[in-house]
Structures are given as structure tokens and as C-alpha cells.
Design a protein around this ligand. Structure first.
Ligand SMILES: Nc1ncnc2c1ncn2[C@@H]1O[C@H](COP(=O)(O)OP(=O)(O)OP(=O)(O)O)[C@@H](O)[C@H]1O
Length: 304
């Protein structure tokens, strides 16, 4: 059973349509990155999955049931972008309260407080918490009742680097246990190593969807090769013989940056290794951020 299935979804807040023709499926045990510019429709998509609103067209099913029903909602963990709690309550009281609402075992509360590193602060009022501590409490709240679908909107905001690494380790464990996870973030380099697929929204449309290799294949962005050799100019002269269309920048006497089309990458690497002059070679594939910018550009060109 899929974590959710959205089929040809259309939605607008007023007369103006916002989400158009959104078809999106998340399998259990997968992490989907949901990306897009401010106002692209990410939070709106999440609200539809949570069942807070219904689409005007299309259909959706969540964990095999109807979005928003108590049976489905109980199995979803959600961390909103701007997490807010009653400031006068302690961390433990807040988590107890949410555990009751969700029908989660109370024994989970101390466990989760420890897991997010709040055990020492759990009896302090939330108004005394730092931003990162409030975010950790939000995470603990989302993890109550062992959700089968976890939706996290900017989960690393306010977290220090160690807490961020711990969060991603935890998400990997949950994913391996079969939890479907949606990560919404503008920090693309941070999430890149952890996602199984990316969904990129542009003005309410799904501009790109797939895993990184398939998005790279579709985008056909160039690959950068950073080459260290004893003699930059000599290496380049030899390469130019076999690869006349090569775009290269000599950075210094020992370093060259080559920019090659993906289809020419292997020929360039073979040429470099065959030259006998190369001491080190770094291959830089297009990053998630490169792909995101590419698909945003395509979206704006199509919109013109
Ligand atoms: N309750 C609402 N009533 C009317 N318009 C809304 C409402 N909520 C959101 N919108 C509009 O819908 C569009 C999409 O908003 P949404 O919050 O889904 O974007 P987002 O992709 O999550 O953006 P961000 O990255 O800034 O959080 C925006 O133009 C926003 O102004």
C-alpha cells in the first residue's frame, strides 16, 4: 500500500487555480523531497495529504484510506514549517498532550524527549526554549505514535549541525522500517544525500519528478571534471587533439576545469587517463541545486 497517491489533483483557494494536474505517489520506505519556490504550492499539497482541505478535481488516497479521516490522520506525523506551542507549558506537558490527542502510548514521551535531546529541559516551560529546542520538540511531536507517513516541513531550521546529522540518521532508520517520508526544504545541499526522489513544483505544477540519476539524464546538464596534473597546458594540448569541442579553463599550472556534456564524460575521462599526465581527477555531477535551478528555468520559459 502506498503512503499516498495523488491523481490529477487540481486545487485553488479562490477562483484562481493553484495546484494543477498533480500526480504524485510515495511508496512506503521512501523519502521524497518536495521542492519549489516560495508560493509554489508545497504546503498546500501537504494540507491536501493531511486532509485539511479537499481538492476541487482529481483523487487522492493516503495510507490506503481517505485523507483526513481519524484512522488515517492517526498514522501521520507532521512537523509544520513554523512550529508553535503553548509557551506556558513544559516540553513534557506538551508532548503528553499530543500523545493523548494521537492515542499514542504515554511511555513514548520520555523516550522521544531523550531521542531529540530534550530530556534535561523537559520540565522547563517552552517559552524558555531556544529555536532549535522548539524544533526538536516539534520533531518529537511528529514522531509520536510511530507514524507510517512522516511529513516534515523545513525540519532542520534552527538545528545545529550535530542535531541535523542525528535527524537524518533517524530518518534513514525510519525509512528502513518502512515509513514513507516527505521532506520539504529550501536547503537543497542538506537534503540531497537523503532523498530517494525529488518532486519539484513550479507555480502549482509538477515541473520534475524522479530520482537524481533520472533527473540528471533528463536535464542533460554538463559534468565538471577537475584535473590535477604536473603540466596543465601540456595535458590540455593532448586532450584537444582527441576532444576538439572540449570547454576547458586552466585554473593554474597544475589544475584544469573541464566542462563536458554527459555523453562525452567517459571519452574525456579516458582521454585524460590515457594522457599519462593526470595525478588526480574529481568528477562533479550536477547537484540537486543545479537540477532545481534548471527545472525552474524551464518552468519560467514555458510560462512566457
Ligand atoms: N489560506 C490561504 N488562502 C489564500 N491563499 C493562500 C492560502 N494559503 C496559501 N495561499 C496561497 O497559495 C500559494 C501557495 O502557497 P503555499 O503555502 O502552498 O506555498 P509554498 O510552496 O509552501 O511556499 P513557501 O516556500 O513560501 O512556504 C501562495 O500564493 C499563497 O499565497
Amino acid at each position: 500500500m502506498n503512503s499516498f497517491e495523488l491523481n490529477c489533483i487540481e486545487f485553488g483557494y479562490g477562483r484562481q487555480p493553484l495546484l494543477r494536474d498533480i500526480t504524485l505517489t510515495l511508496a512506503p520506505g521512501r523519502i521524497m523531497g518536495l521542492f519549489g519556490h516560495n508560493g509554489a504550492g508545497k504546503t498546500t499539497t501537504i494540507k491536501l495529504i493531511l486532509g485539511l482541505m479537499a481538492p476541487q478535481r482529481g483523487s487522492l488516497s493516503v495510507l490506503g484510506g481517505q485523507a483526513g479521516t481519524p484512522a488515517v490522520a492517526r498514522q501521520i506525523g507532521y512537523l509544520p514549517e513554523n512550529v508553535m506551542f503553548y509557551p506556558q507549558m513544559t516540553g513534557r506537558e506538551i508532548l503528553d498532550h499530543f500523545a493523548r490527542l494521537k492515542g499514542a502510548a504515554r511511555s513514548q514521551v520520555p523516550q522521544l524527549l531523550e531521542q531529540v535531546g530534550l530530556e534535561d529541559a523537559c520540565n522547563r516551560r517552552v517559552k524558555t526554549y531556544s529555536k532549535g529546542m522548539r524544533q526538536r520538540l516539534g520533531l518529537a511531536q511528529a514522531l509520536l505514535a510511530d507514524p507510517r507517513l512522516l511529513i516534515l516541513d523545513e525540519p532542520t531550521v534552527g538545528l545545529d549541525p550535530v542535531a541535523t546529522a542525528e535527524l537524518y540518521r533517524l530518518l534513514r532508520c525510519l525509512r528502513n522500517r518502512g515509513t514513507g517520508i516527505v521532506l520539504c526544504s529550501h536547503v537543497l545541499p542538506g537534503v540531497e544525500p537523503y532523498i530517494d526522489q525529488a518532486a519539484i513544483l513550479f507555480k502549482g505544477r509538477l515541473q520534475a519528478l524522479g530520482d537524481l540519476p533520472s533527473l540528471r539524464a533528463r536535464a542533460e546538464l554538463p559534468v565538471r571534471l577537475i584535473v590535477r596534473s604536473a603540466d596543465s597546458q601540456g595535458t590540455l594540448t593532448r586532450l584537444n587533439g582527441s576532444l576538439p569541442r572540449l570547454s576547458a579553463l586552466v585554473k593554474d599550472a597544475n589544475t584544469i576545469e573541464l566542462v563536458v556534456a554527459p555523453g562525452e564524460k567517459m571519452a574525456a575521462i579516458q582521454g585524460l587517463l590515457g594522457s599519462g599526465l593526470v595525478e588526480d581527477l574529481q568528477i562533479h555531477q550536477p547537484t540537486l541545486e543545479d537540477l532545481y535551478c534548471h527545472f525552474m528555468d524551464i518552468g519560467s520559459q514555458e510560462g512566457q
